[in-house]
Design a protein around this ligand. Structure first.
Ligand SMILES: *[C@@H]1O[C@H](CO)[C@@H](O)[C@H](O)[C@H]1NC(C)=O
Ligand SMILES: *[C@@H]1O[C@H](CO)[C@@H](O)[C@H](O)[C@H]1NC(C)=O
Ligand SMILES: *[C@@H]1O[C@H](CO)[C@@H](O)[C@H](O)[C@H]1NC(C)=O
Ligand SMILES: *[C@@H]1O[C@H](CO)[C@@H](O)[C@H](O)[C@H]1NC(C)=O
Ligand SMILES: *[C@@H]1O[C@H](CO)[C@@H](O)[C@H](O)[C@H]1NC(C)=O
Ligand SMILES: *[C@@H]1O[C@H](CO)[C@@H](O)[C@H](O)[C@H]1NC(C)=O
Ligand SMILES: *[C@@H]1O[C@H](CO)[C@@H](O)[C@H](O)[C@H]1NC(C)=O
Ligand SMILES: *[C@@H]1O[C@H](CO)[C@@H](O)[C@H](O)[C@H]1NC(C)=O
Length: 445
């Protein structure tokens, strides 16, 4: 599938940006080309909507609008915003600068068909802001920001009109070489807003948020996220890591045709482009963990009424007391995604199993299983994470570059000893005043 497309792994391309040293073949960064004109459907890029008619459009439920303020802090403009989601009837909808609604149609096409409507909301220049109102309930919403024009497509899924979104793992995606990012947004019919920033899949255009509420106007919720130069700094850190261990870390760094870093893929996403990368990365660590816990107990604090439970490797399977199933050895891809192999869920898993999955995967990602205190999970705070190799260096670097420690770098980043630390990039309120999004660099006050 993923051969010769928009994203090509090139070795040793040098010069244009400090990447002077020759990288060994297969260890270079990833170059995004702008040749693609067609979207292809990948599992992470389709938003399945219902069919809509003029009836749905007229019936679109109006509610107390959510004020959305966008502050342009980006050094190299111009920037476009795009607001999309599903309306209360599940139809794909875009919202324009004046709050009007655009319902794009697939026109029955079973192949992605580019949306011709003008969806872009051009932002005013650096230092200026734009006020928009979200007039309808919106689920699976996203507010995209892009230096340039993002391309969105519609297709008839057989069940409805689906939106094909820009994808960072789609080699043919026309937006591949652009610098873009998004926040996720849900605004319910009851007027509750949930908005979040995540680095689980990739780090792109730098975004931060402040949600002010009517309940407590003096205490806005802030997700500052990553510092303004985080993409460049991540690429530098990944290059360093490649120099240290010889693995393809630098490949996670995606540069445009001018050699400018535009985004960094998580290893989980990178793996979709290069299945053999990192294949053996965790093997020796898993081997040592399995050996260690074949003669010593591993305690997992389920942080549920079941309390701490004891686990042990028996006949090469990690088994926990009163758990419905055991855990075979994880592969690299299981550790990157935390949702396959031993970390996949099946019907019938009991509460203990469901509690062990995130805690065990987080312990691998953070490489805390063989350090002092690691025989109780979770028990070590963030100062003990990522201290030994191998580890999840993308997650390590993302956390090093976060201003306020907020924004997940892997899907179970909320696992922590006391269960209270909030590492998610989520802001939410049932009584929102204004959601402000900062593009390019976080608010400084
Ligand atoms: C919706 O209304 C427009 C303009 O009134 C009309 O051209 C179009 O055919 C209608 N579409 C549907 C699906 O009814
Ligand atoms: C709102 O904006 C859309 C597209 O940007 C435009 O077609 C429409 O006429 C505008 N509506 C009003 C009331 O200004
Ligand atoms: C983006 O789209 C706008 C409106 O369609 C167009 O004027 C502009 O030239 C496009 N910009 C780029 C970089 O293609
Ligand atoms: C969306 O629709 C496509 C095509 O019908 C399907 O393959 C995919 O599983 C659906 N995704 C979700 C999340 O339902
Ligand atoms: C982030 O927001 C999206 C959209 O509202 C939601 O689907 C997702 O579960 C949220 N993630 C977290 C960690 O809150
Ligand atoms: C990368 O390594 C260089 C040289 O050892 C060092 O100066 C720099 O701080 C490192 N950068 C990161 C982001 O780790
Ligand atoms: C395991 O389950 C048994 C029977 O349901 C129960 O009596 C026992 O307390 C449980 N042990 C632990 C450690 O949860
Ligand atoms: C983390 O735990 C160590 C002890 O293991 C403690 O000294 C340190 O203060 C803790 N750090 C934080 C941020 O809680």
């Amino acid at each position: 599938m993923y051969i010769a497309g928009v994203l090509t792994l090139l070795a040793g391309l040098a010069m244009s940006l400090n990447y002077a040293g020759q990288m060994p073949p297969g260890k270079g960064f990833t170059i995004a080309h702008s040749a693609g004109t067609e979207a292809t459907v990948t599992k992470d890029s389709t938003l399945n909507g219902t069919y809509h008619s003029n009836f749905t459009r007229l019936q679109a439920q109006r509610i107390q609008p959510l004020p959305l303020k966008i502050v342009n802090n980006f050094d190299a403009g111009p920037i476009n915003a795009y607001i999309q989601g599903l309306d209360s009837q599940g139809a794909v909808v875009f919202i324009t600068a004046n709050g009007s609604l655009i319902y794009p149609s697939s026109h029955g096409s079973q192949l992605p068909r580019k949306i011709e409507h003008e969806l872009a909301i051009p932002l005013p220049g650096k230092g200026k802001s734009l006020d928009i109102k979200i007039p309808i309930p919106l689920s699976s919403g996203r507010v995209y920001f892009c230096q340039g024009n993002l391309s969105f497509f519609m297709l008839d899924t057989g069940h409805g009109d689906g939106l094909v979104q820009p994808s960072v793992t789609n080699v043919d995606d026309p937006s591949a070489s652009l610098h873009w990012g998004f926040i996720e947004l849900t605004y319910t019919a009851a007027g509750t807003v949930y908005a979040n920033i995540s680095y689980v899949d990739f780090v792109g255009l730098i975004l931060s948020m402040i949600l002010s509420t009517k309940d407590d106007p003096s205490k806005p919720q802030i997700t500052r996220g990553l510092r303004a130069d985080a993409v460049q700094a991540l690429c530098d850190g990944l290059r360093n890591q490649t120099n240290v261990d010889g693995h393809s870390w630098l490949g996670l760094c995606v540069v445009d045709e001018n050699g400018r870093p535009i985004r960094v893929l998580s290893p989980n996403y990178y793996h979709r482009l290069h299945e053999s990368a990192f294949e053996d990365y965790w093997n020796s660590y898993v081997e040592r963990v399995w050996r260690h816990y074949s003669y010593k107990p591993l305690t997992i604090n389920t942080q549920t009424p079941a309390g701490p439970i004891t686990c042990r490797v028996i006949h090469d399977i990690l088994r926990c007391l009163n758990d419905t199933r055991g855990y075979p050895r994880p592969l690299a891809t299981d550790i990157w995604g935390c949702d396959s192999g031993p970390f996949g869920r099946v019907n019938g898993d009991n509460d203990i199993h469901i509690a062990v999955i995130p805690r065990l995967c987080a312990a691998f990602v953070r490489s805390t299983l063989l350090i002092p205190g690691g025989d109780v999970q979770p028990s070590l705070n963030s100062s003990h994470h990522y201290t030994v190799s191998p580890t999840h260096h993308y997650s390590r670097l993302v956390h090093e570059l976060q201003i306020d420690g907020r924004g997940y770098a892997f899907s179970y980043d909320d696992v922590n000893p006391d269960g209270t630390e909030d590492a998610s990039g989520l802001v939410s309120s049932g009584n929102p005043d204004t959601l402000t999004v900062y593009v390019g660099s976080p608010p400084t006050d």
